[in-house]
Write a protein that binds this ligand. Structure first.
Ligand SMILES: Nc1ncnc2c1ncn2[C@@H]1O[C@H](COP(=O)(O)OP(=O)(O)OP(=O)(O)O)[C@@H](O)[C@H]1O
Ligand SMILES: [Mg+2]
Length: 402
């Protein structure tokens, strides 16, 4: 039996005080230290108290501050005066890269008819579109309230980030169009719904432990790539189960770079980015919430929450549960430290030696990811390596017990 580490989690303010409107919402400017009043700062601190009772003073490490405004997109109008395109790292006009046109998207969706709609999120509406060349793509159409500065920034942030990355476990970016007041993002279509849908069994099939381990490994690889193999490194900032899309073979692709930020370049000597608090309630790194200092370890924290969600099937915050079970990570940590690890296992999964071993090992790693101080959390690369080993042990045990 692996040793149990004790961390100082939980025990904070009553989750009953969490407003249900936060349970699935996205944090944006509401908690911006730069654009809102002291009141919102205190609200952010209050929320952090609710999630995790682990207040930590801001790091004394000096850092360069990276302002949101530096992330402005260079754009120019095409010769038609209405369409912009973005390919790779540059922006080109329609005649140079005639791959997508607004008219084509408009025709293919029959004027954005609800029959082509596959989802709705904070950014806008998502459509499944078959292009003239036969390619099926996902089209994200920004809400018309795009004059709202936040959404505009989110859009350009997503574009800038997506344009840089290519990885099998990241949703591929194809391009974007701006047409009058329309902003449209065209990305790879991932056919099998989100991880959250599958944990809820909306698709009718229970995800077995082997698949859950594959998904965790894919996500770990994708985030490792963002943190280590893009220059400058990218912090996703919104790792959560609805942003993990599954292929028909149940491999995971990480989506939604709307909140992504470029991490400080290690050569600059900076250790973190000072920024508005963004992300989704229940997944937010408490240290980021209290200090506004964003590092790759904030993604590690969110990944820890995601792992517990994968193992238990529960959402990070479930207000319909009895009081002590509402904050899933707190409940899981308590049961684990009390020696009742099996109670954390998703009741849809069978208890058997291989599943139990995976549960124990992944939980141990998840708790390290959830350490209150970012310095105690493993890197995503380390998480990938650990998961790789757990999956190997799991498969061996499964084969021997057949
Ligand atoms: N590339 C894609 N391929 C297939 N379906 C997608 C794709 N992107 C999004 N979807 C579907 O659209 C839904 C809404 O996605 P969207 O990213 O807009 O919002 P969300 O992730 O659910 O919430 P949030 O706005 O908080 O990120 C997803 O849950 C998924 O079902
Ligand atoms: Mg999303």
């Amino acid at each position: 039996m692996p040793s149990r580490r004790r961390h100082s989690y939980g025990g904070g303010a009553s989750p009953a005080t969490v407003s249900s409107s936060y349970s699935n919402s996205t944090f944006t400017d509401r908690f911006s230290p730069t654009t809102t009043t002291d009141k919102s700062s205190s609200i952010a601190r209050w929320i952090s108290k609710i999630f995790i009772n682990c207040f930590t003073p801001p790091d004394t490490v000096t850092s360069k501050n990276f302002d949101d405004s530096e992330q402005t997109i260079r754009s120019r109008r095409s010769s038609t005066g209405s369409v912009q395109r973005h390919y790779g790292n540059g922006i080109a006009n329609e005649t140079e890269h005639p791959r997508f046109t607004f008219d084509e998207i408009y025709d293919a969706t029959k004027n954005f008819s609800p029959s082509f709609r596959i989802g709705q999120g904070g950014f806008g509406t998502v459509y499944k579109v078959k292009l003239r060349d036969g390619t099926t793509v996902a089209v994200k159409r920004a809400k018309k309230s795009i004059h709202d500065d936040r959404q505009g920034k989110e859009f350009t942030s997503e574009i800038q980030t997506l344009a840089q990355v290519t990885h099998l476990s990241l949703v591929r970016y194809y391009g974007f169009l701006v047409h009058n007041d329309e902003k449209i993002l065209i990305v790879e279509y991932v056919a099998n719904g989100s991880l959250r849908d599958h944990l809820d069994c909306k698709e009718g099939k229970i995800l077995d432990m082997a698949t859950r381990l594959d998904i965790a490994t894919d996500v770990a690889h994708a985030i490792t790539y963002l943190h280590m193999y893009t220059q400058p490194p990218i912090i996703h900032r919104d790792i959560k189960s609805s942003n993990i899309l599954l292929t028909e073979n149940f491999r995971a692709k990480v989506a939604d770079f709307g909140f992504a930020r470029v991490a400080p370049d290690s050569e600059s000597g900076a250790t973190h980015v000072s920024t508005q608090v963004k992300g989704t309630a229940g997944y937010l790194d408490p240290e980021y919430l209290t200090t506004y200092q964003l590092t790759e370890k904030s993604d590690v924290y969110s990944f820890g929450v995601l792992l517990i969600e994968l193992l238990s099937g529960r959402r990070p915050i479930e207000l319909s549960r009895v009081h002590k079970e509402r904050i899933t990570i707190r409940w899981a940590i308590k049961n684990f430290t009390n020696g009742d690890t099996l109670s954390v296992l998703d009741p849809k999964l069978e208890q058997n030696p291989a599943n139990n071993l995976a549960l124990e090992k992944v939980l141990e790693m998840a708790f390290q990811c959830l350490a209150p101080h970012r310095g105690s959390r493993p890197t995503m690369k380390k998480c990938s390596e650990i998961l790789w080993g757990i999956r190997k042990d799991y498969r061996e045990l499964l084969n021997t017990s057949l």
